[in-house]
Design a protein around this ligand. Structure first.
Ligand code: NDP
Ligand code: MG
Length: 400
């Protein structure tokens, strides 16, 4: 009687089998008294999802279809682990919005994460946003839903998490009101930072996926190599921090130690530093406004010794410019950009196109598809659908 029994946070991890999902589960497992896994989702890696269910004992698991569900149920029965298996987007939305759930890690890759992430937002959850494509596609609608529901939106993307940490608590009053001059978004420059335009023609998917500093899923690895990741992040920053694109400057910083900076009118520039390991922003967001151990090694500044900064090269990496233009155009342009990029990256990973063609497809689709206002989610998905169609036509015309 009278004692305060605080319960463990119930966490749904969407995209549990991916790079961010696994890092999230690693942090959660370090604090079993504070976090419990309510639900996990996987898509193609069903055996890995089974292993995670055995290890983390969620209440629910979500898979894409009945065949995957049958396989997972069989494995769970053999392992004698009781987990309810749900199917498809409806299942994802259900575990994202279930009343038992406090926190949702949105770590599905690409447009596939939009509806489940929005379901978590609309249910007023604490939403840990890794799935930047969802916000890029539906920016205004997404942020309106956050306002309406009272969801707590915390950025997982290391740069945005850094910016969040460098801003005052009341930044929602407006960047100008809190004295921010600009946001400096750092970029590693990716594995091809020093390659010539000619050499970029011959790079392989394996080289694109071998990032010098970060270990990530294949799609975001290619995005990092093309600098589209920074382009998506520019749009993400504009929505998260209510900043016009002109207030967000990209700085290439090859060591990936400074994760971004905020420049104030008095000349102060605040930065967040750390080893490049996603468990830091994940632990920050999970425990916010407190701090918990993440398993990340302390930063050794003497071993790092120097920090370099360069301006991005729009000539060799046109994706960043395309994204900035889409941010400025607004409306359906970011959804168009994102969809064309998803198709182009998939084609590159399948060996059907050359690396520089990624930017060419996106530029072409942005040129062909008129910018329209997006007043509803249907309009967002319509822009997404048409941009995918145009991208596939481009590939067909080139005989790919
Ligand atoms: P991964 O490819 O490693 O993981 C993606 C996850 O999404 C997997 O669990 C995958 O399932 C699942 N998935 C894939 N396609 C679908 C689909 N159509 N429907 C439902 N689930 C699906 O990616 P990352 O973990 O690297 O990235 C996840 C998100 O986080 C991306 O939006 C990325 O931009 C963002 N992010 C990632 C960072 C990183 O360091 N990795 C850093 C900052 C942001 P399965 O594996 O079973 O197929
Ligand atoms: Mg990032």
């Amino acid at each position: 009687m009278g004692c305060d029994v605080s319960h463990a946070q119930q966490v749904t991890v969407l995209g549990a089998t991916g790079s961010i999902g696994l890092s999230t589960l690693d942090v959660i497992a370090r604090h079993p008294e504070q976090y419990q896994v309510f639900a996990l989702s996987g898509f193609s890696r069903i055996d890995e999802l089974l292993g995670l269910c055995v290890q983390h004992r969620p209440v629910c698991a979500v898979v894409p279809d009945e065949a995957a569900a049958a396989r997972l149920r069989q494995g769970l029965a053999t392992a004698q682990v009781g987990v309810e298996v749900l199917v498809g987007e409806a299942g994802l939305c259900q575990v994202a919005s279930a009343p038992e759930v406090d926190t949702v890690m949105a770590a599905i890759v690409g447009a596939a994460g939009l509806r489940p992430t929005l379901a978590a937002v609309e249910a007023g959850k604490k939403v840990l946003l890794a799935n930047k494509e969802a916000l890029v596609m539906s920016g205004a609608l997404f942020m309106q839903a956050v306002q309406r529901s009272g969801a707590v939106l915390l950025p997982i993307d290391s740069e945005h998490n850094a910016i969040f940490q460098c801003l005052p608590a009341d930044y929602g009053r407006g960047l100008e009101a809190v004295g921010v001059r600009r946001i400096l978004l750092t970029a590693s420059g990716g594995p091809f930072r020093e390659l010539s335009a000619e050499a970029l023609h011959d790079v392989t998917p394996e080289q694109a996926c071998a990032h010098p500093n970060w270990s990530m899923g294949r799609k975001i690895s290619v995005d990092s190599a093309s600098m589209m990741n920074k382009g998506l992040e520019l749009i993400e920053a504009c929505w998260l921090f209510d900043a016009p694109p002109s207030k967000v400057e990209v700085v290439v910083h090859p060591q990936s130690v400074i994760h971004s900076l905020v420049d104030y009118v008095d000349g102060s520039v605040l930065a967040q530093l750390g080893n490049p390991d996603m468990r830091t922003p994940i632990a920050h967001a999970l425990a916010w406004p407190r701090r918990i151990a993440s398993g990340v090694a302390p930063l050794d500044l003497f071993a790092i010794a120097r920090l370099d900064f360069q301006t991005p090269d729009d000539q060799r990496f046109p994706c960043l410019r395309l994204a900035r233009e889409a941010a400025q155009a607004g409306g359906s342009a970011p959804a168009t950009l994102n969809a064309a990029n998803e198709i182009a990256v998939e084609a590159f990973l399948q060996g059907r196109i050359r690396f520089p063609e990624i930017a060419r497809i996106i530029a072409q689709v942005l040129e062909q598809q008129p910018v329209e206002p997006v007043a509803s989610l249907e309009a967002v998905f319509e822009a997404d659908r048409r941009a995918r169609e145009l991208s596939r036509h481009w590939l067909e015309r080139q005989g790919r």
